[in-house]
Design a binder for this molecule. Structure first.
Ligand SMILES: [Zn+2]
Ligand SMILES: [Zn+2]
Ligand SMILES: [Zn+2]
Ligand SMILES: [Zn+2]
Length: 371
């Protein structure tokens, strides 16, 4: 189990008991920034350490967000938590998977499938180089390997940066300048992808001529992201250079009407710099909810989503399927909770008469406790 030893950072060890919650958070964030800085420094000369440090930086940033919810949540076993041990830094910390699961379940953060896959890849790559000796990573790294690592880190940074400067911005406010510097330095990775972009240029021109939409990739910055509509406002695609695979929503701004491509509906605004109006789930639903009239006894065609557990109805019927506008997960059907009667996508109603669903489980438990 990974042990978080240097909570106080390497340079300024602090008194064992003087650390308050706030400074614990600061220590974590400084550590995360340190790891990412080392990862960038080691990228070309010691790619193995770049991979390890990058993963640590990513993991600690996620844990810092979790710490703000409660310090015990970053421990492997929160129920056996001791604050004294925690302050000393002698504890087994949660794995990256556990951290993400708690961010989803406790904090209510939404991670798309692509983001989860991307973070898992970073973690698997770290495990691979930590546990086994690979000469490819120790001698002078090949251009191909550097290209692969650059792509992986650009993609993961895109997601992490999106969080810490987007929905989590307020929580990391005093670090925005340092995060901005990291962002600039990580864009330096793009140089290692330039050769690939040049090699692909004629293929991209051919695609453009054939009417394929190619836009700027938000991970690697090259004009190499092949995008296609998959239904309604939902778009999907892949970058030909860094292989980032992403889905997004394309919606016209309710204020200025300009089309905006949105990665995260919890923190979305219009792409038009003169407008920058906030765009919300409601704006998407207003446009894409099929017409129905409750006065005629029509039921709402919208459902809740059991995957991301968004507290409002976020699933719309589209092209004979159902799709959640928040986490962009597609479903073949929707089910009804036998306890509260709500319509939910991605939900198995089998035992719901007893246990309810994510919306009503507390009420169901209280009800049966009283019996
Ligand atoms: Zn790319
Ligand atoms: Zn606008
Ligand atoms: Zn969802
Ligand atoms: Zn229910």
């Amino acid at each position: 189990m990974a042990k978080l030893k240097a909570l106080g950072g390497n340079k300024k060890p602090r008194g064992k008991h003087s650390l308050e919650h706030k400074s614990l958070f600061d220590s974590l964030v400084s550590n995360a920034i340190n790891f990412l800085t080392f990862s960038i420094r080691d990228f070309k000369t010691r790619p193995k350490y770049s991979i390890i440090h990058f993963c640590s930086g990513l993991e600690i940033f996620l844990k810092a967000r979790l710490l703000q919810e409660h310090w015990s949540l970053i421990l492997k076993k929160p129920d056996e938590a001791s604050f004294t041990q925690f302050q000393k830094g002698t504890f087994n910390s949660a794995t990256m998977d556990e951290t993400i699961r708690r961010l989803q379940n406790v904090v209510g953060d939404i991670f798309t499938g692509e983001e989860l896959q991307c973070f898992q890849k970073v973690r698997d790559h770290r495990n691979k180089v930590v546990h086994f000796y690979h000469t490819a990573y120790t001698k002078k790294a090949s251009d191909k390997l550097l290209e692969e690592i650059a792509a992986e880190q650009c993609k993961a940074w895109f997601y992490l940066h999106g969080r810490i400067t987007g929905p989590w911005r307020q929580r990391f406010l005093q670090y925005q300048a340092r995060i901005g510097k990291l962002n600039n330095r990580l864009h330096g990775h793009r140089i290692f992808l330039k050769a690939k972009y040049t090699a692909l240029k004629s293929e991209i021109s051919k695609k453009l001529a054939a009417g394929v939409e190619v836009i700027n990739c938000s991970s690697c910055g090259f004009n190499s992201y092949e995008a296609a509509e998959i239904g309604g406002p939902f778009y999907e695609g892949q970058c030909l250079v860094c292989t980032a695979r992403r889905s997004f929503l394309r919606i016209s701004c309710p204020k200025c009407n300009e089309e905006s491509d949105i990665d995260d509906l919890t923190n979305a605004s219009c792409d038009n710099e003169d407008c920058e109006s906030v765009i919300t789930l409601d704006d998407v639903l207003k446009k894409y909810t099929p017409p129905y009239d409750p006065r005629d006894g029509d039921e709402s065609p919208l459902s809740y989503c059991a995957s991301c557990e968004h507290p409002e109805e976020s699933v719309i019927p589209l092209n004979d399927e159902y799709v959640c506008c928040m986490c962009r997960k597609w479903y073949e059907n929707v089910e009804e909770c036998n306890w509260c009667g709500m319509t939910i996508a991605g939900f198995d109603p089998q035992f719901s008469a007893l246990y309810g669903c994510f919306l009503c489980e507390e009420a169901a438990r209280e009800h049966f406790d009283r019996m």
